[in-house]
Ligand binder design. Structure first.
Ligand code: UD1
Length: 364
């Protein structure tokens, strides 16, 4: 079986890595190529992850870069169509919910090529999120829908997806976390930065709904500043957020010199460095999807600056709490964690580091 694996943006790399590794275990059954769409292209958003995760160099880089949603999606489709026609794969594997996921799915299906979606069935029911549109378009077209939990199966069944296409396999991101946890733990970053175990928070913030409006971003930064008076916050800043902070003149909220003081802003970190910081954090503040899952497995309290989540299992079983982007609610949630009022949580079913193996066995 000839397979094209697709990755395009930062959160894709840790999901495709275990799939490629599992495929490699059966060289007589699979030949496979890795296509990088180039949606993310900065070294710190892409190359670092290939190194940290031991990913093979992409066989083909579409180099589409940043642009509007329509333009980026169209560029990926135009470039990926040529690849599919030249390579004639039996199957395309896409992961996650970024523009690359949807664009490559549509392209392959229109050429009559089967597509497998890893991380299918997640739904936030929030159509203002570009990722929700990507998820819906991808899942309705795919032939194999690999899900992370039973709620995702139910979502797909309710949408009329035939049961035999849906496979509850677990979470590939946790395969990657499980594999790299020991290596990440042994880094000396925390110590070198002068941070003390369980005495700092980590932060990610990049959703357009949080960073593209000045008033909203200002309220969030005020909340973070207040929290950081009690607990230093390490903030590896996403390029989108950096651009907006500079445009709105809000950079004075950040301290870029001393990690143990206030809201410390750094360049985006690599996978291992960030995992190292997250595992010993007192709390994680985020609007990302994957971090809600990683914090649940690490048992670290997670405060999610969103009103909804496509990953509700992280709230019902894990350590996650949704607080939206209201200043007072963010401060209140952080204070509760500081007072020790935290959900201990448990690791969801099949988030055991063996998900990619289950996927490959189903494909065989
Ligand atoms: C994308 C995904 C989002 C994911 C996020 C993780 C979509 C719709 N969104 O959002 O689901 O959570 O990645 O990072 O696919 N930029 C750079 N360097 C890069 C990449 C981007 O500077 O390597 C800047 C550009 O100014 C660009 C902006 O970031 O315009 C946004 O990038 P884009 O890929 O469009 O969306 P993300 O916000 O990164």
């Amino acid at each position: 079986m000839k397979i094209i694996n697709v990755a395009g943006a930062r959160p894709n790399f840790m999901k495709i890595a275990p799939v490629i590794e599992a495929l490699k275990r059966y060289p007589d059954r699979f030949s496979h190529l890795l296509v990088h769409t180039g949606q993310h292209y900065d070294d710190k958003m892409s190359r670092v992850f290939f190194e940290d995760l031991g990913l093979p160099k992409p066989d083909i880089d579409l180099e589409v870069g940043s642009s509007s949603h329509a333009e980026q999606t169209a560029r990926i489709m135009m470039a990926f169509e040529k690849v599919c026609i030249a390579e004639r794969p039996d199957l395309v594997i896409v992961v996650g919910d970024v523009n690359s996921t949807m664009a490559c799915t549509i392209t392959a299906k229109k050429l009559g090529i089967k597509v497998a979606h890893v991380e299918a069935g997640l739904r936030s029911r929030d159509m203002t999120m570009p990722e929700e549109i990507n998820r819906l378009c991808t899942d309705v077209l795919c032939d194999y829908l690999f899900t992370t939990d039973r709620v995702a199966n139910e979502n797909l069944l309710k949408e009329g997806v035939p049961e035999d296409k849906i496979h509850f396999v677990g979470n590939v991101m946790i395969d990657t976390l499980t594999k790299h946890k020991a290596k990440a733990k042994n880094l000396k970053l925390q110590q070198n930065l002068g941070l003390k175990k369980k005495n700092y928070a980590t932060l990610t913030l990049h959703r357009p709904s949080n960073v593209d409006d000045k008033g909203t971003l200002l309220g969030i930064l005020e909340a973070l500043q207040e929290i950081s008076n009690k607990l230093p916050i390490v903030f590896p800043i996403h390029p989108r957020t950096k651009k907006m902070v500079d445009e709105f003149g809000l950079a004075h909220f950040f301290n870029s010199v001393n990690p143990v003081n206030g809201l410390w802003v750094t360049e985006p970190l690599g996978y291992l460095e960030f995992l190292h910081l997250n595992m010993d954090a007192r709390m994680i503040l985020t609007d990302s999807g994957g971090l809600q899952e990683e914090s649940t497995v690490l048992g670290v309290p997670c405060i999610t600056l969103r009103d909804n989540t496509e990953r509700p299992i992280t709230c019902t079983q894990g350590t996650n709490e949704l607080v939206g982007n209201d200043k007072e609610r963010i401060i209140d949630a952080a204070n509760r964690v500081l007072l020790g009022d935290v959900a201990t949580g448990r690791v969801p079913e099949k988030w055991d580091g063996k998900t990619a193996d289950r996927i490959i066995r189903i494909l065989m």
